[in-house]
Design a protein around this ligand. Structure first.
Ligand SMILES: C[S@@+](CC[C@H](N)C(=O)[O-])C[C@H]1O[C@@H](n2cnc3c(N)ncnc32)[C@H](O)[C@@H]1O
Length: 313
C-alpha cells in the first residue's frame, strides 16, 4: 500500500511562509515513501530538500519516486538526531523548514518480512535500519520479565504488561520465539477475555512498544527536537506529526521550553522576547474525513513552531 501522507495540506500551509525565499532549505527528517517531500517539492519550486531516513529501503523507494526533482534533492541514510551534521555535510548551516512525521510507514508495515505487523506472520525483526541493532526476537527471547514488562508498560501503556511478560517467559522455555504470529497469539491469550473485545487487536500496543524500544525512538527524539530547533534560520518553521503520547509530550515540552522567556514571574527585569513562537497553541488532530480515508491519521497530533529571533549558529 502506498503510504498516504497525513495532514498534508496543513503541514504545507504551516511551512509555506518560511519557504518563499530563493533556495530555501527544507529537511524532511522522516522521508519514508517521500509523500510529503513530493508535495513540498511540487508546491515550492524554489526549495532544495534534504530527505533523511534510517531505513535504506525507504531511501531507495523515495529516490525513484522523487527522480523528477533530481538536482533539488539530497537523500541521506541517517538517524534524524544527526540533522546538524547532515546539513553541514551538504554545505548548509541553517534550515528554513523542517518536517518530522514520526513512527513507521505503511510501506514498512506492509513489508511483512520486517516483522512490524502483528497481523502478518513474519520473522520477529522490527528494526527500521535492518543493518543495525537488536531484533525483536532477541528481546523477547533473552530479556528478563521485569524489563519486558517495563517495555510493554512504558512504551505501550499496556495494563497487562506483567501478565504478558510472565507468559512470554513461560512460552519461550517451551520454544523460542521466531515469528510474529506466535508472539501476537501469546500476547492475545495473556489478556483477560473480557478486555480483548475492545480497542482493536490485543497485541497492537505491545508490538508498538517493542518497536519503540528496539529502535530507541524516545531517546533519539529527545535529542533530535532540540537539535533541529537549534539549526532553524530566522523565520524558519518546523512541523512535527506525532502518533504516540510519549512522542507528543517530548515535542510539547521542547517547544514550550524555547517559546517562553526564562525570567521568573515577578522579577523586576524586562523579559527578553523568546526566540521561538508557537504556531499551534494546542496540538491539532486530523479531520473525521481524513481519518475515514486514512486510518493512520487517527492518532496524529500536529505541533508547529517558528524561530523569530537570531540566526542559526
Ligand atoms: C511515517 S513514515 C514517513 C512517511 C512520509 N512522511 C511520507 O509521506 O511518505 C516515518 C519514516 O521515518 C523513518 N524514521 C523513523 N525514525 C527515524 C529516525 N530516528 N531517523 C531517521 N528516520 C526515521 C522511518 O524509517 C519511516 O520511513
Amino acid at each position: 500500500m502506498l503510504h498516504q501522507p497525513v495532514l498534508l495540506e496543513r503541514s504545507l500551509a504551516l511551512l509555506s511562509p518560511a519557504l518563499t525565499k530563493n533556495n530555501a532549505l527544507v529537511v524532511d527528517a522522516t522521508l519514508g515513501a517521500g509523500g510529503h517531500s513530493y508535495e513540498l517539492l511540487s508546491h515550492f519550486p524554489n526549495i532544495h530538500l534534504i530527505g533523511i531516513d534510517r531505513d535504506l529501503t525507504a531511501i531507495d523507494h523515495a529516490k525513484t519516486r522523487l527522480a523528477k526533482f533530481d538536482g533539488r534533492i539530497t537523500l541521506v541514510h541517517a538517524i534524524y538526531d544527526q540533522m546538524p551534521q547532515v546539513i553541514a555535510a551538504a554545505g548548509y548551516n541553517g534550515v528554513d523548514g523542517i518536517l518530522f512525521d514520526l513512527g513507521v510507514s505503511s510501506m514498512q508495515l506492509d513489508e511483512s518480512e520486517r516483522g512490524f505487523a502483528y497481523a502478518q506472520d513474519a520473522p520477529l525483526d522490527m528494526r527500521m535500519d535492518s543493518t543495525d541493532g537488536v531484533t525483536a526476537a532477541e528481546v523477547v527471547n533473552t530479556f528478563g520479565g521485569k524489563e519486558l514488562a517495563r517495555i510493554f508498560r512504558e512504551y505501550g501503556e499496556e495494563r497487562f504488561a506483567s501478565r504478558i511478560a510472565d507468559r512470554i517467559i513461560k512460552e519461550r522455555e517451551i520454544e523460542l520465539f521466531t515469528n510474529s504470529s506466535r508472539l501476537a497469539e501469546v500476547i492475545r491469550e495473556s489478556i483477560p477475555a473480557a478486555t480483548r473485545r475492545t480497542g482493536g487487536h490485543p497485541a497492537k500496543r505491545s508490538f508498538q512498544a517493542l518497536r519503540i524500544f528496539i529502535n530507541d525512538e524516545i531517546s533519539i527524539l529527545e535529542r533530535a527536537i532540540p537539535a533541529a530547533l537549534n539549526i532553524l534560520n530566522q523565520n524558519g518553521r518546523m512541523v512535527v506529526l506525532s502518533y504516540h503520547s510519549l512522542e507528543d509530550r517530548i515535542v510539547k515540552r521542547s517547544f514550550t521550553a524555547v517559546s517562553t522567556t526564562s525570567v521568573p514571574h515577578g522579577l523586576p527585569i524586562e523579559p527578553t522576547p523568546a526566540d521561538y513562537r508557537l504556531l499551534t497553541r494546542q496540538s491539532e488532530s486530523a479531520s473525521e474525513q481524513e481519518i475515514s480515508e486514512n486510518p493512520r491519521a487517527t492518532s496524529v497530533r500536529l505541533r508547529a513552531i517558528e524561530k523569530v529571533g537570531g540566526v542559526a549558529a
